[in-house]
Design a protein around this ligand. Structure first.
Ligand code: NDP
Length: 257
């Protein structure tokens, strides 16, 4: 039941890592979504070849150029997607794209790094939700389902345990200050979105994918990207009202803020 049978899905940061694997696994399900909008910074460039190969085999996959640190690119992408949906709503928005500065300790973090990381990891997901809100509301309104679910309308913010204030002492060997602060803020954003968008029928959840072997996670990580994404996609269908505004891991276990 991948993605809780969402008929229309949009994801950010799809040319590599967890985003690319989410697209692959969504398309490979027995009943794939009617539309998967896979966005990335440069769909024509060499780093999106795998995505283009997938698009040539799957007519329901649409590649959209989108740099989430650029507010006007976000509104442009929303217009393109609205046109393609041709009256349908958007069931599921997965804010996956993010950046990470591995060397940012309290001694080395600077204003530029803090602002850049915050702009991509926190401001980007907030603007994405604002821009796609009309399409999410439309999906929620036109759904025959009651309550909150990923098949009706949902915003999933891919966050990190590194943003959990309570869990910080367990992982502080890697200070990654800018990343931690941006994900803690993303967790707060998720709770604010959950409280605000509940009335419109939109579920809002933050998910931690585990420590995953990607460019960001490095090859030392615990999980393959396949295992993490299988986990994330099996969590989506179980999400309901009681999970809105929470942080869960790829196995569906709650992580304290
Ligand atoms: P990767 O570094 O492997 O991939 C990041 C993706 O985000 C790339 O597609 C990249 O595109 C894209 N991206 C970065 N900045 C932008 C931008 N401004 N606009 C659009 N796309 C952008 O990361 P992962 O796949 O590992 O991470 C995916 C998510 O999972 C992130 O939110 C991350 O914080 C989270 N996460 C990952 C963990 C891990 O261990 N890997 C652990 C916990 C959380 P481009 O190729 O153009 O740079």
């Amino acid at each position: 039941m991948a993605a809780g049978r969402a008929r229309t899905v949009l994801l950010t940061g799809c040319n590599r890592g967890i985003g690319l694997e989410l697209v692959k696994q969504l398309l490979a399900t027995p009943r794939p979504p009617a539309w998967v909008f896979a966005t990335c910074r440069d769909p024509e460039g060499p780093r999106a070849q795998e995505l283009r190969d997938l698009a040539s085999k799957h007519p329901n996959l649409v590649l959209v150029k989108l740099d989430i640190s650029n507010p006007s690119a976000i509104t442009d992408a929303a217009k393109i997607v609205e046109g393609k949906l041709d009256g349908l709503g958007l069931n599921l928005l997965i804010n996956n794209a993010a950046i990470y500065t591995p060397t940012a300790s309290l001694a080395t973090a600077d204003a530029e790094d803090m602002i850049n990381v915050y702009k991509t990891n926190t401001v980007g997901p907030m603007l994405m939700a604002q821009a796609f809100l009309p399409l999410l509301k439309k999906a929620a309104k036109e759904s025959t389902e009651k309550g909150l679910s990923c098949s009706r309308a949902a915003i999933i913010n891919i966050s990190s345990v590194m943003g959990s204030i309570q869990k910080t002492p367990e992982s502080f060997l890697k200070p990654v200050i800018s990343y931690r602060c941006s994900k803690a803020a993303l967790n707060m954003l998720t709770q604010c979105q959950a409280l605000t968008y509940k009335a419109a029928g939109i579920l809002c959840v933050a998910l931690h994918p585990g420590w995953v072997k990607t460019d960001m996670g490095t090859q030392e990580a615990e999980l393959t990207v396949d295992t993490s994404v299988r986990g994330l996609l099996s969590v989506l269908p179980i999400l309901s009202e009681k999970h809105s505004g929470t942080l869960l891991n790829w196995e569906g276990k709650a992580i304290p803020w």
